[in-house]
Design a protein around this ligand. Structure first.
Ligand code: F6P
Length: 565
């Protein structure tokens, strides 16, 4: 089934002179890919027995093993040629300097300023943004400390025991992921909940059993226009008012806001004094280390939050200054481009072997797919190559008993990122060896498989051998952290932020806008009215959508009779 493309979907565009597929390094990588396609990881290891050490890189606290990727020295050289021909170095510098590299929104991209040390100077539109960043961090720290030690109380003077973050996308996924990742560092006397979905079930379940007198809501929305967040915020307001017999003066002690929109926050009824600001040069999916991380700071405390910022900054400096050949996020990004554009991979799995990192794949989905799921170049020309990686994954070992079968014996190339931690956090430390044995075994098994000869030798029956053969050659990178703590979490997130940046530069896309999301928002607003209106107004939908709307209305007793589109 194919949908004919209509003219209205294809605005006229001038040919783009910087077509990536025309670059010498791109073409060289294409021919090299043909040569590498039949080469197995077994052959690569046979050719270089020290490959394990030769293709590993380290920064303090983190070891990155790239050896089980389908690359050799020539591939790496070509990666760096391509990076150079795409101006990666200059573009990294442009980001760190605060140039307006988000072209479609005419904005600087400065999440790196959020973790810059106090003495740094980073100019945007003639203003140094670093003092402002630290002013907000101090305000957050003072609030988090007061809340944690009981100085900030609820309306009736009771201590706050429950904190509910209401936000979605970048205003939810980061703190949600990090609160789980750093649970071992959190104040166990506080219950942290996250509400993002406009499905009221999430709010109901999150607040079940909570006492409004002991509950604080953090409403987090960069724009303060997001339907889901504003709807849940209104529900929270009603929930608090119901708990205090309609006394609106209770709002002040039970709501704080994180936003760039002071007007919207004030109109909602939150005192701007209780608002934590950030700036348009912080993208939602890059905002965990801004005020959007307030719930995290409340959970782990300001010192741990500062440690996390230190980890981010360490990797920022590594990305900014390390030569391309030793630059971990650059290599991660180039490997990703290699599989996506030259070896035909359709997705990439992220497999953390840590219960604490359970939400990391979901976090990366937004980071990668909202950033690089683009169809035009930065200058607006149609891409001539594939962009954005499809990211998916789940924590090991659970995934091993669900989808790893496809990785071992399916027909698809799925490069994997394994993430593991040396030091156990759980008191059940004896189980940690088993966990790590599994991650190492999976990476080895996927790379080298099990041949018919090995199976014969092990006594498998002739009939079973074809079913049991694992061809191997499924590539992976393993990131091994010394420990999972605030600093290393900051490092890990920054690695992926810069990996995504590297890909975006190679693909020549604007990694910092997300216009595609707007379409869904617009349509949902129209349909929301049509689901409830009485009578059903004339609709302007295709017959499928109109049929679904009528079916829903009928199921909800609102009558199914409406205009045929
Ligand atoms: O999903 C689109 C998006 O704009 C994300 O980029 C953003 O993180 C999310 O919505 C939430 O936006 P806001 O923080 O403005 O409510």
């Amino acid at each position: 089934m194919s949908t004919p493309r209509t003219e209205s979907h294809e605005p006229e565009r001038a040919p783009d002179p910087s077509v990536r597929t025309g670059l010498a390094a791109w073409r060289a990588l294409q021919s090299h890919a043909e040569a590498m396609r039949p080469v197995t990881l077994r052959q690569l290891f046979d050719a270089d027995p020290d490959r394990g050490a030769n293709l590993a890189l380290e920064v303090p606290g983190l070891y990155a093993d790239f050896a089980k990727n389908r690359i050799n020295g020539e591939t790496l050289d070509l990666f760096f040629d391509l990076a150079q021909q795409c101006g990666l170095r200059q573009k990294i510098a442009a980001m760190f300097e605060g140039q307006k590299i988000n072209v479609s929104e005419d904005r600087a991209v400065l999440h790196t300023a959020l973790r810059a040390p106090r003495e740094a100077r980073i100019m945007v539109d003639g203003m140094d943004v670093v003092p402002e960043v630290h002013r907000v961090l101090e305000k957050m720290a003072s609030f988090a400390t007061d809340l944690r030690n009981g100085h900030w109380t609820g309306h009736t003077g009771q201590r706050i025991r429950n904190v509910v973050n209401i936000g979605i996308g970048g205003s939810d996924l980061g703190p949600r992921m990090a609160c789980q990742a750093l649970r071992a560092f959190s104040d166990r006397g506080l219950r942290l909940e996250f509400v993002s979905n406009v499905d009221g079930a999430e709010f109901t379940e999150a607040t079940r059993g909570m006492d409004p007198a002991q509950t604080l809501f953090i409403i987090s929305s960069k724009s303060w226009h997001t339907l889901e967040t504003l709807t849940n915020a209104a529900t929270a307001r009603a929930w608090i008012l119901a708990g205090f017999g309609g006394d609106t003066s209770a709002i002040a002690r039970h709501f704080v806001a994180v936003s760039t929109n002071t007007g919207g926050v004030t109109e909602f009824g939150i005192d701007p004094e209780n608002m934590f600001g950030f700036w348009d040069w912080v993208g939602g999916r890059y905002s965990i280390d801004s005020a959007v991380g307030l719930s995290l700071m409340v959970a782990i405390g300001p010192e741990n939050f500062t440690e996390m910022l230190g980890g981010f900054h360490d990797v920022d400096e590594h990305f900014r200054t390390a030569p391309l050949e030793r630059n971990i996020p650059v290599i991660m990004g180039m490997i990703s481009v290699w599989y996506n554009n030259f070896l035909g991979a359709q997705s990439q799995a992220v497999l953390p072997y840590s219960h604490y990192l359970a939400h990391f794949p979901a976090y990366l989905q937004q980071l990668e797919m909202e950033s690089n799921g683009k169809h035009v170049t930065r200058s607006g020309a149609q891409l001539e190559h594939q962009s954005g990686q499809v990211i998916w994954g789940a924590p090991g070992t659970n995934g091993q008993h669900a989808f790893y079968q496809l990785l071992h014996q399916g027909t698809k190339l799925v490069p994997c990122d394994f993430i593991a931690v040396i030091e156990p956090l759980s008191e059940l430390a004896h189980q940690h060896d088993l966990l790590l044995a599994n991650v190492f075994a999976q990476a080895e098994g996927l790379a080298f498989g099990r041949s018919a000869a090995q199976l014969r030798e092990a006594g498998s029956s002739a009939g079973q051998i074809p079913h049991r053969v694992c061809k191997g050659n499924q590539p992976s990178t393993t990131l091994l952290l010394d420990r999972l703590d605030p600093r290393s979490l900051g490092m890990l997130i920054a690695l992926y932020e810069h990996k995504v940046f590297t890909e975006g530069v190679i693909w020549d896309v604007d990694s910092f806008d997300q216009w595609g999301v707007e379409l869904g928002k617009l349509l949902a607003n129209t349909i929301a009215g049509e689901l409830t209106a009485d009578p059903l107004p004339p609709m302007d939908h295709d017959s499928s959508t109109a049929g679904l709307i009528r079916r829903y209305r009928s199921g909800r007793g609102r009558g199914s009779i409406g205009q045929v589109p």
